[in-house]
Design a protein around this ligand. Sequence first.
Ligand code: N5H
Length: 255
Amino acid sequence: MQNLLKGKTILVMGVANERSIAWGIAQSLHNAGAKLAFTYQGERVERRIKELVADMPDSVVLPCDVTKDEEIDAVFATLEKETGTLHGLVHSLAFANKEDLEGLFVDTSRAGYALAQDISAYSLVAVTQRARKLMKDGGSILTMTYLGGERVVQGYNMMGVAKAALDSCMKYLAADLGPENIRVNAISAGPIMTLAARGVRDFSTMLKLVSEKAPLRRGVTQEEVGNTALFLMSDLSSGITGEIIHVDAGYNILA
Ligand code: N5H
């Protein structure tokens, strides 16, 4: 797998620290020979991500708050200047207010709904719009989703509705960009202990429950998600677009 992505430039959005799913993905892509660019949000993450990429000397690290069009524009302007062509994009970011991930979905506020949709679903459209122009040789775009967008998972609430929209955005984008040989897919990962998950109430209990029930009787790792991302970024998956691949130890097949 060492040279599977040699000559490809891939933008990874959503590394917050070493436990991020995006970081697991970045490591797989790096080991396969890809040149990587990263975006981060906020000063605290900037320090962390710059430490992490220290051993990836030709990588580019750029700030990007996906709620701001001008910041997204700046990222792609820099990439166009520095690398010219883009072959892949990994979108691994989401946000919902804490109060919209607790209690009942029926209590979601208008502002909380809009914010979660903007950051978690529309951002895929916004970045795809710009990435398309740099994907002159075709490309592969990947987003991260979760089962709670397909079914009601207790407590996922607002984020479930945002993931349903994200899944649908992924499919419409795949249909639009297929003629340009740009593929758009999603990985639906089982629960993984990340910074975003850590703040979620009862997450450890859910992790344990899912691990006990899943066909493989365990959870999944960032590395396993990373390897599936590597497959989707590579030409091995050239016939796959508009797809949700579950990397969840089989949990999604259960009633
Ligand atoms: C059913 C569940 C458990 C309940 C829901 C979890 C949803 C998690 C996803 C979002 C992205 C978490 C989130 O936005 C938390 C924020 O309100 C507060 N946290 C932060 O701001 C941290 C510091 C930063 C890093 O977070 C973000 N988002 O930037 C689902 C679980 C079993 C599976 C799961 C955890 C799915 C998922 O979507 O991540």
